[in-house]
Design a protein around this ligand. Structure first.
Ligand code: C2E
Ligand code: MG
Ligand code: MG
Ligand code: MG
Length: 291
């Protein structure tokens, strides 16, 4: 086995790598208790439309461990996925998302917002995934059309029939679907047509250079045109500058998410942020933030 890896075999004895493996093993074990010990939190990042209005938020999971500290989502989600703990964690996320939507219904500034939730491959593959989501929404008295589920290309390709069936069952009740990180995976155009999707999220890597680099701008234009011809909306992720926003606007992109507007934040801060913004828009009806 080690020999088959050729030059890399000495890495098996690399102390740095050994330390990292042990760290990952410790994190994986700690993840099993993260829900029970209330170490998880959902942060919210605003999503704006082309007119600059707040239209929704993406829920982004945060894990703070008393010893390991704040762990990067890309790392702990991957570890949880590998260990299977992503299933109970994902269920907790969905439940929190429902509570969030309930809380929003009581706030005039937030009542109409959609909430996007990331779903992992293993979670989506559960046989009862659709039923579970619908049951949760019903139990919390929520209109299913306020929920957007974000899926990634790689998780959809290995059992298309099952994927389509699950998505249809949910979409029949109003749940919407976004394809996350679009452009980084391997999905074919026919797959895009087959899936009951409503939104393509343009990956941050294309947004980064959209204002300066002709190649990125061309790619973004092609993605927006493709989405349009399939009847899908587009949301750009990772919008950090007003130059990027302007370039995306010129391409006809529908939605905007990124540090330019706000970083992901705890629910209470999100409420304050939305209120402040609504008040400013009311005070300055000519600005692009006006309703
Ligand atoms: P994602 O779904 O593509 O989420 C967008 C990521 O981009 C988030 O990273 C967000 O904080 C970051 N981001 C947003 N705006 C900007 C910007 O302007 N500039 C830059 N540089 N970054 C920006 P985060 O929160 O670290 O999450 C990373 C990934 O972890 C997510 O990528 C998603 O795949 C996964 N994830 C997060 N929460 C959940 C969850 O509840 N369940 C599952 N299954 N996966 C999750
Ligand atoms: Mg996402
Ligand atoms: Mg994304
Ligand atoms: Mg991403």
């Amino acid at each position: 086995q080690a020999k088959a890896q050729g030059r890399n075999q000495w890495c098996l004895f690399d102390p740095q790598m050994q330390i990292q493996l042990e760290h990952h093993a410790a994190l994986t074990a700690a993840l099993r208790d993260a829900v029970r010990l209330e170490q998880l939190a959902l942060h919210l990042q605003p999503q704006m439309n082309a007119a600059g209005q707040l239209v929704g938020a993406e829920a982004l999971l945060r894990w703070r461990h008393p010893v390991h500290g704040q762990v990067a989502p890309d790392l702990f989600i991957a570890l949880a996925e590998a260990a299977g703990t992503i299933v109970p964690i994902g269920n907790w996320v969905l439940q929190q998302a429902c509570l969030q939507l309930q809380a929003w219904s009581r706030q005039p500034e937030l009542r109409g917002l959609k909430l996007s939730v990331n779903v992992s491959a293993r979670q989506f593959k559960q046989a009862d995934f659709s039923a579970r989501v619908l049951r949760l929404m019903q139990r919390h008295g929520l209109d299913a059309s306020r929920l957007v589920l974000e899926l990634t290309e790689s998780m959809l390709i290995d059992d298309i029939d099952d994927t389509v069936a699950k998505m249809r069952a949910l979409h029949r009740h109003g749940v919407r679907f976004a394809l996350d990180d679009f452009g980084t995976g391997y999905s074919s155009l026919s797959l895009l047509r087959e899936l009951p999707l409503q939104v393509l999220k343009i990956d941050r890597s294309f947004v980064r250079d959209v204002a300066g680099d002709e190649g990125s701008a061309t790619l973004v234009r092609a993605i927006v045109a493709l989405a349009g011809s399939l009847g899908l909306q587009t949301i750009a992720e990772g919008v950090e500058t007003s130059a990027q926003q302007a370039a995306l606007l010129a391409q006809g992109c529908h939605g905007y998410q990124g540090y330019l507007f706000a970083r992901p934040m705890p629910a209470l801060r999100f409420l304050r942020w939305a209120r402040l913004r609504a008040r400013r828009a009311a005070a300055a009806p000519d600005s692009s933030t006006a309703a």
